[in-house]
Design a protein around this ligand. Sequence first.
Ligand SMILES: C=C(OP(=O)(O)O)C(=O)O
Ligand SMILES: [Mg+2]
Length: 575
Amino acid sequence: MTKSLKGIAASDGIATAKAYLLVQPDLSFSQTSIQDPEKEIDRLHKALSQSNDELQIIRDKAAKSLGEEEAQVFDAHMMILADPEFAGAIENKIKDDKINAEGALKSVSDMFIATFEAMTDNAYMQERAADIRDVTKRILAHLLGRVLPNPALIDEEVILVAHDLTPSDTAQLDKNFVKAFVTDIGGRTAHSAIMARSLEIPAIVGTDSITTSVEAGEMVTVNGLTGEVTIDPSEAQIAQAQADADAFAKQKAEWQLLKTAASVTADGKHFDVAANIGTPKDLDGVLANGAEGIGLYRTEFLYMDSAELPTEDDQFEAYKKVLETMNPKPVVVRTMDIGGDKHLPYLPLPDEQNPFLGYRAIRISLDRQDIFRTQLRALLRASAFGNLRIMFPMIATIQEFEAAKKVFLEEKDNLVKAGVKVSDSIQLGIMIEIPAAAVLADQFAKHVDFFSIGTNDLIQYTMAADRGNDRVSYLYQPYNPSILRLIKHVIDSAHKEGKWAGMCGEAAGDPIMVPLLLGLGLDEYSMSATSVLRVRSLMKKLSTADMAEMAEKALNDSISNDENKALVEKYTAAK
Ligand SMILES: C=C(OP(=O)(O)O)C(=O)O
Ligand SMILES: [Mg+2]
């Protein structure tokens, strides 16, 4: 029977296909005493061999779609399966303690994980703990006769349905098969939603109950423009979805005509419309959409895509590729922003009550200077190949910026002394995403070369509303006068010191926010590459004088997010 659900529209586009449920099965079990150890050992070997067969398929697929290097993590998993010490220890546990294979597996794997995690001075061995955890899950699923879902094994067109998707799940999606995804939880600015937009996969998040509303294999229609999901749609609904998809494609074709145009308002003012990227692979989308630079390169994905800390040379190659491709257009590279919802399996972080308020981004970089210096050296070496700007994430105090700058200058000095060619005109800026930095922007502006406002975090910290939590998404209010006043203060403070202010949070590509930002005088707008042409088309229709008048009202007369949304709609209605 046809059912409808409404969620948060997270990535544009419309698709209809069968549901693929990416839902983790229940892997709970009881440890029981057994009489016949040989029978349990047989079960164990069968599960080991099934796991190996499955990993072989996943590995081959990963090598094809993601590359040989990414596939190597699965080699590590297969090596654990083949390790006689691991299997032998489980066999002995079964024999000695007379317990079932599940219990023995868990106890041996817990022991290995604890041993590896305790090797705090050996990052390589610490990484193995994550591998053992993964492999154990797979063996356990086979012992229990459960199927672990695996997006890498999808070989037909599907709508992926999940409770939530991590950024690394999203990175692995093959857009030839995954036509859209829908999740129970999440927000528009969570990283999986941001990545969906750069991959151009329609997405709806925060439906609350998609995983319990749809059966595997049922047809689903997803409208990423409106946030509507239809389960088991009628023929007429499928036809309507197709018509909507055609209209959207036509609209995109019109925007495409602006690909080589500059971003100019109706009164002839030019603004930079740039793109956000996560990896050099995203450059295709940047070029296809005619962005005027990269306003945010989220380098943490380089770390997340790798099975271990990327070397200086690996990083140098990635940065050089981006800088050379974009040259002479500017590229703002943000140093590693790990923590919050972005994890590295090989860099175990302490469990924290509030990871978004915890050990992350520049806080890790200043603490783990070995990692930070490697990244800065790679960036400095790459600076000779293009127009590099470096930006530090999650800066809360001027002291943090000065400490980061000092490390940068030391590494620069070392390289220059060693005869390495580095650019002398690298601008150093900061993300403004913590309210403390926004409030103190007038002081910060004396120290930095530029600001880039990270509204994704700035809104969540100002409103105290988790950006990924749909229960509080009503408080996630980009147009709230409190947010607009902070943004205005940041822009004015930059201009007073002759610096520039940009925005790389998702609000920079939001059609309601852009008119307000034009009115506030923001210089640079950086967004998912897929939003660039829409924003360019919008700017063409607006005059900065009108928008300044409107922004004045939004800052001083309106008292709510909704009032400001209505105000922008009124001012831009005829456009
Ligand atoms: C651009 C931002 O950074 P991220 O989304 O990576 O946290 C932001 O916070 O707005
Ligand atoms: Mg941020």
